[in-house]
Design a binder for this molecule. Structure first.
Ligand SMILES: *Cc1c(COP(=O)(O)O)cnc(C)c1O
Length: 434
C-alpha cells in the first residue's frame, strides 16, 4: 500500500467492519472509490485533522462544508459549552430558535419564513412535500448527478449511470415513488422544457443545486438558473434551490445571492449547524404557511431547534455575517490552491480541468469542460486516485472521490500553503510518471 503510518486506523476499521455496514456511518467515508482503508480521525483544530495514529492532515473536506472557519473555532466551541450548561434539549420552544430564524431570514434572500430540522436530507424531503401540498401536484424535476440527501424521491439517477427516467437506482425505492421523479440534464434548459411539455400541469417543483457539488463542483452556465426561474413562473411550479452545500459558503446569502436568481424555496444544512446536525427549509410566506401547525402539510422533529445546535449555528452565522471580507478571502485562498494545481499539472502535460466557484473546487482528469454528470463521469478515475493518495501521503486530506467537491476553510495560511504546494508538485510528478 501507500506510505502511510496508519496501523491504528487500520485496526479500528477492521473492527468497525464487523460492527457497521462497510465499517462506516456514511458510505463515502469508506474510501471505496479510491481503494484502500479510511483514516480514523481523533481530533481536529484549525486547518488540521489528526488521525488515530497521530498524523496531521490539512483538511480540504471540512466535514463536507460546515467547518468553513476551520475546526474547533473557539467562539463556536464556547457557545456549545455554554448552551450545554443550560441542558441539552427541551422539546419546547426557546429563544435561540427565534434568533437563528431571524438571522437566516436576514441573510438568505428567498427565505421569508423558515423551519429548522436536523439534516439536509430532512430539509429536502420536507421541502418537496410542502411544494406538493402547495401546488396539489405530484411530480418533481431534479437533475442527474445532483444530490439532495437520501430521501426516496431523490435516489433516482443521483450520481449514477445514464438518466433512465423513473427507474429506481437504489433497491428499496418503490417504482411508485420513482415515477414521480423526473431527471433532467444539468446546464441543459431544453431538457427541462421537454419534461414540462411532457407532463403538463403535473410538475410541483424543480429542485436543483444552484452550483452542483455532488458530481464534483459544476457551476451553472449563464442563463441556466434564470431559465429555471422563468419556467417555474410560466408553469406555476415551485423552484427549490438546494443550498445545503452552497448556503453561507459562496456568499452570505448563498448561490442565490451570488447569481442574483431568487427561488421560491431554499433548503439549508451543513454550515448552518456550525458542525452540529442541523438543516432548515424556508421560502415565500404563502408557501411556508402551508406547514403544520400553521397549515396542513405535516412535518415535525423531536430534536428540531435543539438549543445546543442552535447556539453553534447562530454563532457561525453571526461570525460569517459580521465579517465583510470573509468570502473574498476564502476565494483568494482557493485561487492560490487552484492556481498552483493549474500551473504544476499544466507543465506536466496532464489532461485536466479545474472547476471552481469561491471556496469550492474540483479537479477533473479530462481536457474538455465539465458541465454535467456525463462529463464528470467521462474523466480518468485512475488519475484521480493517484492524485488523492499522493496528496494524502503528503499530509493533505482531499475528498476520497472524484465526484465530490473540495471545501476550503479560512484557516489556510502561508505555512499550510507551502505544504499544499509541495503536495501539488509531487502529485504532478506522480501523475506524469503514470
Ligand atoms: C449534503 C447535502 C444534502 C444532504 O444533507 P445531509 O445533512 O447529509 O442529510 C442535501 N443536499 C445537498 C446539496 C448536499 O450537499
Amino acid at each position: 500500500m501507500r506510505k502511510l503510518n496508519n496501523t491504528r486506523s487500520k485496526s479500528l476499521f477492521n473492527h468497525a467492519l464487523e460492527l457497521m455496514p462497510g465499517g462506516v456511518n456514511s458510505p463515502v467515508r469508506a474510501f471505496r472509490s479510491v481503494g484502500g482503508d479510511p483514516l480514523f480521525i481523533a481530533r481536529a483544530d484549525g486547518p488540521y485533522m489528526y488521525d488515530a495514529d497521530g498524523n496531521a492532515y490539512i483538511d480540504l473536506i471540512n466535514s463536507w462544508g460546515p467547518m468553513i472557519l476551520g475546526h474547533n473555532h473557539p467562539k463556536i466551541r464556547k457557545a456549545v459549552i455554554e448552551a450545554a450548561e443550560d441542558s441539552l434539549s427541551f422539546g419546547a420552544p426557546g429563544e435561540k430558535e427565534v434568533l437563528i430564524a431571524e438571522k437566516i431570514i436576514k441573510m438568505v434572500p428567498s427565505v421569508e419564513k423558515v423551519r429548522m430540522v436536523n439534516s439536509g436530507t430532512e430539509a429536502t424531503m420536507s421541502a418537496i412535500r410542502v411544494a406538493r401540498g402547495y401546488t396539489g401536484r405530484k411530480k418533481i424535476i431534479k437533475f442527474e448527478g445532483c444530490y439532495h440527501g437520501h430521501g426516496d424521491s431523490f435516489l433516482i439517477s443521483a450520481g449514477s449511470g445514464a438518466a433512465t427516467m423513473g427507474v429506481p437506482d437504489s433497491p428499496g425505492v418503490t417504482p411508485g415513488t420513482a415515477q414521480d421523479t423526473l431527471n433532467a440534464i444539468y446546464n441543459d434548459i431544453d431538457s427541462v422544457v421537454a419534461l414540462f411539455e411532457a407532463n403538463p400541469g403535473d410538475i410541483a417543483a424543480v429542485i436543483v443545486e444552484p452550483v452542483a457539488g455532488n458530481m464534483g463542483c459544476i457551476p451553472p452556465i449563464e442563463g441556466f438558473l434564470e431559465g429555471l426561474r422563468q419556467l417555474c413562473i410560466d408553469h406555476d411550479s415551485v423552484l427549490i434551490f438546494d443550498e445545503v452545500m452552497t448556503g453561507f459558503r459562496l456568499a452570505r446569502g448563498g448561490a442565490q445571492e451570488l447569481y442574483g436568481v431568487i427561488p421560491d424555496m431554499t433548503t439549508l444544512g451543513k454550515i448552518i449547524g456550525g458542525g452540529m446536525p442541523v438543516g432548515a427549509y424556508g421560502g415565500k410566506k404563502e408557501i411556508m404557511e402551508k406547514v403544520a401547525p400553521a397549515g396542513s402539510v405535516y412535518q415535525a422533529g423531536t430534536l428540531s431547534g435543539n438549543p445546543v445546535s442552535m447556539s453553534a449555528g447562530l454563532t457561525m452565522l453571526n461570525l460569517l455575517d459580521g465579517d465583510m471580507e470573509i468570502y473574498s478571502t476564502l476565494e483568494q485562498i482557493t485561487n492560490n490552491i487552484t492556481g498552483k494545481i493549474e500551473s504544476e499539472f499544466g507543465e506536466s502535460g496532464i489532461e485536466f480541468t479545474i472547476n471552481q466557484v469561491g471556496s469550492m473546487f474540483s479537479v477533473f482528469f479530462r481536457k474538455d469542460p465539465v458541465k454535467n454528470f456525463a462529463d464528470a463521469v467521462d474523466s480518468r478515475k485512475e488519475l484521480f486516485t493517484e492524485y488523492f493518495w499522493t496528496m494524502l501521503e503528503n499530509g493533505i486530506y482531499l475528498p476520497p472521490s472524484p465526484f465530490e467537491s473540495a471545501f476550503v476553510s479560512i484557516t489556510i495560511g502561508d505555512k499550510e500553503m507551502e505544504r499544499l504546494s509541495t503536495g501539488i508538485e509531487l502529485s504532478a510528478k506522480a501523475l506524469k510518471n503514470r
